[in-house]
Design a protein around this ligand. Structure first.
Ligand SMILES: O=P(O)(O)OC[C@@H](O)[C@@H](O)c1c[nH]c2ccccc12
Length: 261
């Protein structure tokens, strides 16, 4: 897979008038042996893109549920290298684009170029690097670009209009709109400032805009989806997988028009 796979997903959804549902999971939570099964479970539930988290010891933006999942994965001996090796083995069985969500440290351990090449060989379509500032992304984005991998940028509530314009310029894959100030994890509703942010980004961006942080049920996913091109759900799904409640995941996903017909 390559970044074109992400574009194809959004093109198809646009045609049918549907919104993307992106699921974050922590790679190796429950052991790497279970990764393929988890991915196939999410596909079967109707997930359009998977954001695959790489466990890291100092995850600054992660809330408690994702932190715990990261600790479980690290305790199981999971690393970025092992995750890439596992993906390489299972990539032909995966039918949705994989976007890696990793802090920069594990990437630096491997080296930018080797990481980009390995990620490509493992079928990765995109990468999210929450602790790489926009001003410094060139160092890695050239390597990702050479390997057909999208660098997905984050836009936050603290980004002013000038910043949003910069982030939209040359954006790839989709833009990740962070709906709250704070860390990941379930909330019960969003404030007007969240919808205002989405309106602002949608008014500027040429690429799809997806909103994440705090979505914990289908109603919230639908409410956000009305203002953008898709939603991202992490903590709720990480928790369900950990609790063995995977059959409930499909209930989080707003119904697609193709499914109604
Ligand atoms: O868990 P939530 O609130 O549903 O939000 C998604 C989020 O977990 C996932 O996208 C993510 C996990 N860690 C991150 C760090 C930065 C940005 C995004 C993330």
């Amino acid at each position: 897979m390559s970044k074109a796979q992400i574009d194809q997903v959004f093109e198809k959804l646009k045609e049918s008038g549907d919104k993307a549902f992106i699921s974050y999971i922590m790679a190796g939570d429950g052991g790497l042996d279970g990764l393929k099964h988890q991915i196939k479970t999410l596909e079967a539930a109707g997930v359009d893109i998977i954001e695959l988290g790489i466990p890291f010891s100092d995850p600054v933006a992660d809330g408690p549920v994702i932190q715990q999942a990261g600790i479980r994965a690290l305790d199981a001996g999971v690393s970025l290298r092992k995750i890439l090796d596992e993906l390489k083995k299972i990539k032909d069985d995966i039918n949705v684009p994989i976007v890696l969500m990793t802090y920069i440290n594990p990437v630096l351990n491997i080296g930018y170029q080797a990481f980009a090449e390995d990620a490509r060989n493992s079928g990765v379509s995109g990468v999210i690097l929450p602790d790489v500032p926009f001003e410094e992304e060139d160092e890695i984005s050239t390597h990702l670009g050479d390997n057909d991998i999208a660098l997905v940028r984050l836009v936050t509530l603290t980004s002013d209009e000038g910043r949003i314009r910069e982030l939209c310029e040359g954006a790839e894959g989709f833009l990740y709109a962070v709906t709250v100030k704070g860390t990941t994890g379930g909330r019960t509703s969003f404030g007007e400032d969240t919808y205002e942010l989405l309106r602002k980004i949608k008014g500027i961006a040429d690429v799809p805009v997806c909103a994440g942080f705090g979505v914990s049920n289908r109603e919230m996913a639908e409410a956000l989806g009305d203002h953008c091109d898709g939603v991202i759900v992490g903590s709720k799904i990480v928790e369900m997988l950990h609790q063995g409640e995977a059959e409930g995941i499909k209930n989080l996903i707003p119904e697609k028009s193709s499914a109604v017909k």
